[in-house]
Write a protein that binds this ligand. Structure first.
Ligand code: SF4
Ligand code: SF4
Length: 229
């Protein structure tokens, strides 16, 4: 199976985006969080995404956003499992890399890291660029995407990285409007963001109560709508 056939298979199984990064692109990733730290034989990182419905931007209720975010995570995890089985049936070794649970957690700073930064993997697989809000934004599908990844020991042709900046020189909308002041020029202070955005209903059900940095971005729905995915 070649690179195009793998991506077509993954798209036919329900992913909305798929790209491939060669493992050498992760050379600058933090030690312990490189694909080869998880799977020493890894040659390619296959990254895919599900699109979340944009209608969640049209309500002030946090519940629809929490619902679609949970559903998208569930869908991506299910896809990771199914794609892995399917590729193995074609004699391609594939290892799913779920975004959760975190492999690293610092209680003091409330900083969590998965096995691999899927956002960085998405960038390296040509699925978009990362803005000042630290979200991956695809040129056509925007920033409402949920990422999944699979490591393979097959050397697939890598997709080109999208060069360029998402943010104009003057835009600071996400930074200036973040209610917890979590977004800085150098990154997102996770403790501030989590303390504000991880809430619950009156009954105690966990929900995400803030996604303003997604909503307020002028590129939230992509910046090349006429281009095919
Ligand atoms: S989710 Fe809300 S609190 Fe967290 S960084 Fe975005 S705007 Fe700030
Ligand atoms: S709101 Fe502006 S600064 Fe923030 S990510 Fe979007 S374009 Fe960049």
């Amino acid at each position: 199976m070649n690179s195009r056939e793998v991506k077509d298979l993954i798209l036919s199984m329900g992913a909305d985006l798929c790209g491939i990064a060669s493992v050498d692109r992760f050379a600058n990733a933090p030690e312990g969080f490189r694909p080869t730290d998880i799977y020493p034989e890894c040659k390619s990182v296959i990254v895919f995404a599900k699109k979340l419905p944009e209608s969640i931007f049209y309500t002030n209720s946090a519940i629809p956003y929490s619902f679609v975010d949970d559903m998208a995570l569930h869908e991506v995890l299910r896809l990771s499992f199914d794609i892995t089985v399917k590729l193995e049936q074609s004699q391609i070794t594939a290892l799913p890399v779920p975004s959760e649970p975190y492999d690293y957690w610092d209680t003091e700073t409330m900083t969590g890291k998965g096995l691999l930064s899927l956002k960085q993997a998405g960038y390296l697989a040509g699925l978009g660029v990362i803005g000042r809000n630290k979200l991956l934004c695809h040129p056509v599908l925007g920033n409402l995407i949920k990422l999944g990844a699979i490591l393979s020991n097959t050397e697939f042709e890598a997709d080109p990285i999208i060069n360029g900046h998402l943010c104009s020189d003057n835009c600071r909308l996400c930074m200036n409007n973040c209610p917890s002041g979590a977004i800085t020029e150098t990154g997102v202070i996770q403790k501030r963001c989590r303390s504000y955005s991880e809430g619950s209903t009156k009954k105690g059900t966990p929900i995400t109560i803030c996604h303003l940095c997604r909503k307020i971005c002028p590129n939230r729905a992509g910046w090349k709508k006429s281009q095919s995915t």
